[in-house]
Write a protein that binds this ligand. Sequence first.
Ligand code: 5GP
Ligand code: ZN
Length: 188
Amino acid sequence: MLQIPFFLNIRILIKQLYDSAHVTKKIAVKSTTFRNDQHFKKSRQSETCGGEETMTDCIFCKIVNGEIPAHKIYESEHVLAFLDIEPLSRGHCLIIPKQHAEKLHHVTDESALREILVVAKKIAHALKVENYNILQNNGRPAHQFVPHVHFHLIPKINDEGLGLIWKANKVSQDELAQVATEIKENLS
Ligand code: 5GP
Ligand code: ZN
């Protein structure tokens, strides 16, 4: 029988180990790239989306314009509602003003804002849910990932739905009064 020298055996073994490690690395890199792509897309949107009417780069503007598909459930002149692509629970949907604005206080179309709550109520009825959250995040530290104003309607179904960490502070009546005065003085 042909004898393979010991050092050759070792070299083959090392190559096999290297190849299998390399394949694993390639798979790992592929999935990271996919995740990074999404994060990149999201962070790029954060950088480029401001308070303009429509943004060619904005994923929700693309849904409004029909450039990318979504399961639309309500549409009017100023408002659109569609199912969230990664729902926290069955029926989790997003209600948005069609006007592009990154944050709530950037929205100039106030009739759209008024309509959104009415639409949320209608959808809650349509879903026949008794328990649900309306969530609206502004800014990345406040968990906003898509920089086009959106209101989540998230049905609470048993364990499914929105989880909250609510770190309440104990403050004095004086502090509360001070904050209330400050807000009232600055309300326009
Ligand atoms: P945020 O954290 O910004 O308040 O939530 C953004 C939501 O938009 C997330 O729940 C996410 O699943 C949803 N979303 C992101 N991209 C898309 C998309 O392309 N289509 C739909 N239908 N929902 C999306
Ligand atoms: Zn937009």
